[in-house]
Every structure is written in C-alpha cells, then in structure tokens.
Design a protein around this ligand. Structure first.
Ligand SMILES: NC(=O)c1ccc[n+]([C@@H]2O[C@H](COP(=O)([O-])OP(=O)(O)OC[C@H]3O[C@@H](n4cnc5c(N)ncnc54)[C@H](O)[C@@H]3O)[C@@H](O)[C@H]2O)c1
Length: 279
C-alpha cells in the first residue's frame, strides 16, 4: 500500500490514547487518513482525537476494551455504519507484565492473554470480513515485540502473548495474500512510553525501586514512539511480514538466527540494565 498519500483511506488504531498507538494515529492522519480510534483511557483518547481533528481529518473514537468481544462487536458495527470497510487495521493495544513463570498468578495470565492476544484476534475477527468482502485490499498491523521472538524469564507471560501474535500474523498473512491484504507483525524493542509505569510487576523484582530503574533505563534509551510510528508506515509500504524497529530489536532478530547462545547473554544483560531481572 502506498502510504505517501492516505487521503480517502480509513485507518483504525487500538490503544490510541498513548505511546505507539497515539504516535501512529497522528502519523497516519498527517498522511491524509481518516482515523478510527479506541482505548480504555478516555481522556487520552480525546487528546489524540483533537490533535487529529486539528489536522482537518475525520476521527471517530470510542472507549472500547479490546479484550471484550461484546464491546469490539458493537464498535465494529458502529464503524461499519460509517465506512464499508477499513483500509488499515492496527492492533496495537497492549499491557506489560514483568514476572517469571513462578510469580505469575493465573489471573495475570487471563488478563494479559485477553488483551495482548485476544485483543488482536478480536480486531481481526470483527474488522477483516468487511475488508475482504470489499475486495480492495488493505493492511493489518499487529503489534508484537522483540519479546515475540526472544523470550526471557522476567517476561514469561508477556513473551508468550507476543510470540502468539507473531505466529498468528504469519498464518494470517498466508491467508490474506489472495485478497491483497498485507499483514505485518511489528516488533518495537525498547521504546520510551508510559507502559513502563503501568506494567504489572510481580515477584521479588516488584519493588518501586525496580520500577524506577526500568523507567530510567527506557528514558535514557529514549527511542520515541514517533520513530516507531514512522517505521510502522515504512513496514506497511514495504509489506514486511516481521518489522523489528529499534536497533536492539534488529540485533536480537539476527542474533536469534546466528548465535542463540550469545543472544541469551545479551538478553540477561539487558534485563539487568532494565532492573527487571528475577532475583
Ligand atoms: N514500549 C515498549 O518498549 C514496547 C516494546 C514492544 C512492544 N510494545 C507494544 O506496543 C504496544 C503499545 O504499547 P506502548 O508502549 O505504546 O504502551 P502505552 O501504555 O503507552 O499504550 C498502550 C495503550 O493501550 C491501551 N490499552 C491497554 N489495555 C487496553 C484494553 N484492554 N483495551 C483497549 N486499550 C487498552 C492503554 O490504555 C494505552 O493507551 C503494546 O502492544 C506493547 O506491548 C511496546
């Protein structure tokens, strides 16, 4: 898809109240797209929506929990009363969880799977059929993570969901190619967004000090969501299957193939720096 000019195109971004979702929605609007947004954070959603309106684009937004099939179905019905189908679907909403397997209660598994995995599946389930039926192609972006191809102890459940999103995207891409709908799994890396403040931490590493170390580490790294957004647009343009974004995401992507043992060492070092390593 040519992302240089998105006039008359409609793009949906989930989790658009903050971070990568907000930056991607604004980047799409700058290229002329009309936007559909959702999030559970209503004030944040309103801020994103008014910035889009100020650019002269149309925006429709609603408070929707992507983990709820009922809310997603009602949202899709409302969207498809306005447009026949989306051109771009960005399943971005997600949450973080820093915990080893031993420190992860079943309630946290339910929580993170329902948002990070089922949220993506709900987006595809409710918005893809009209896109296919319209017959004009389109693009789906599912936000996975570098933790979608490299799993570590302190990100056990998080990595589980992100591996699943990557696998789902790979299968979906095979199926949708015949309809000229591209599918990209985006794997950002270490990005400075509010997720470091909202992520759940469990176990011995769940201290305020550990959180502050993680926040400071992400701030020092300072790879911005705006840079991620620009790279998401490039990945759509190039119709990439997997799109690692920051340099460390690329390094991990290639190390996984070239030297899994070295990758393990790099990963432990990164986890120590981020202060999230299980003790
Ligand atoms: N920041 C990073 O380093 C990083 C790295 C890899 C992947 N990611 C992924 O990028 C995506 C965006 O994260 P971010 O870093 O911009 O974080 P963020 O916290 O800034 O944004 C996430 C947004 O999703 C929303 N959200 C959470 N649960 C929701 C739900 N049930 N329904 C609807 N909206 C919901 C939040 O309210 C928030 O606005 C996530 O999928 C995350 O896992 C982030």
């Amino acid at each position: 898809m040519d992302v240089g000019n998105l006039c008359d195109k409609t793009a949906l971004v989930t989790g658009a109240a903050s971070g990568i979702g907000r930056a991607t929605a604004l980047a799409l609007a700058r290229r002329g797209a009309n936007l559909v947004l959702c999030d559970v954070d209503e004030p944040g959603l309103e801020t994103t929506a008014s910035a889009i309106r100020a650019m002269g684009r149309e925006v429709f937004y609603r408070r929707v929990d992507v983990s709820s099939r009922h809310e997603m179905r009602a949202f899709a019905d409302a969207v498809h009363q306005r447009v026949a189908a989306l051109d771009i679907l960005i399943n971005n909403a997600g949450v973080g969880l820093g915990a080893s397997f031993r420190d992860t209660p079943l309630e946290d598994w339910d929580w993170i799977i329902s948002i990070n995995l089922m949220g993506v599946i709900h987006g595809c389930h409710f918005f893809l059929p009209p896109m296919i039926a319209r017959g004009q192609g389109g693009h789906v972006v599912n936000v996975s993570s570098a933790a979608g191809y490299v799993a570590t102890e302190p990100l056990c459940a998080y990595a589980t969901t992100k591996f699943a999103v990557l696998g789902f995207s790979e299968a979906l891409r095979e199926e949708l190619e015949r309809y000229r709908i591209g599918v990209t799994a985006v794997c950002p890396g270490i990005i400075n967004t509010p997720i470091t403040r909202t992520a759940r931490l469990r176990g011995p590493g769940a201290t305020e000090e550990a959180r502050q170390r993680m926040v400071a580490f992400y701030e020092r790294r300072n790879y911005t969501p705006e840079r991620v957004a620009e790279n998401i647009l490039k990945a759509i343009q190039r119709n990439r299957l997997v799109a690692p974004i920051s340099p460390e995401a690329w390094i991990m992507y290639y190390l996984k193939r070239l030297s899994p043992a070295l990758l393990r060492r790099v990963n432990r070092w990164l986890a120590r720096l981020a202060g999230a390593e299980a003790r």
